[in-house]
Design a protein. Structure first.
Length: 102
């Protein structure tokens, strides 16, 4: 993971995200790493239908397909979880750089 992403998670307590390959041509997919108050990190990958994104709908758990959801105990474990979700940890960055919908 890039140092900027590590700093964002640890110092700013802000999320990072990246695009990932979706399982179908009708959807888009992202991975999202969220620092939790407990000091742990949630690593979640999800897919959203392109039609929902095109119509500028609100995206929430009910209209996304969660394909990976894991809570890891340390920053060192984040990379492994991201890799398990099918993403290179070096791609993690601020959410707006990957058109993150949430």
């Amino acid at each position: 993971m890039q140092i900027q992403a590590v700093n964002r998670l640890l110092m700013s307590k802000s999320e990072v995200a990246a695009r990932r390959t979706s399982s179908s041509a009708e959807s888009e997919s992202w991975i999202w790493v969220i620092p939790l108050r407990s000091g742990e990190f949630r690593v979640r990958a999800f897919e959203v239908l392109r039609d929902l994104l095109a119509d500028d709908n609100d995206i929430y758990d009910g209209n996304m397909s969660i394909v990976h959801d894991e809570i890891v105990s340390s920053i060192d474990d984040v990379d492994e979880s991201v890799i398990r979700a099918g993403v290179d940890p070096e791609e993690l960055d601020v959410p707006w750089k990957c058109e993150f919908p949430l």
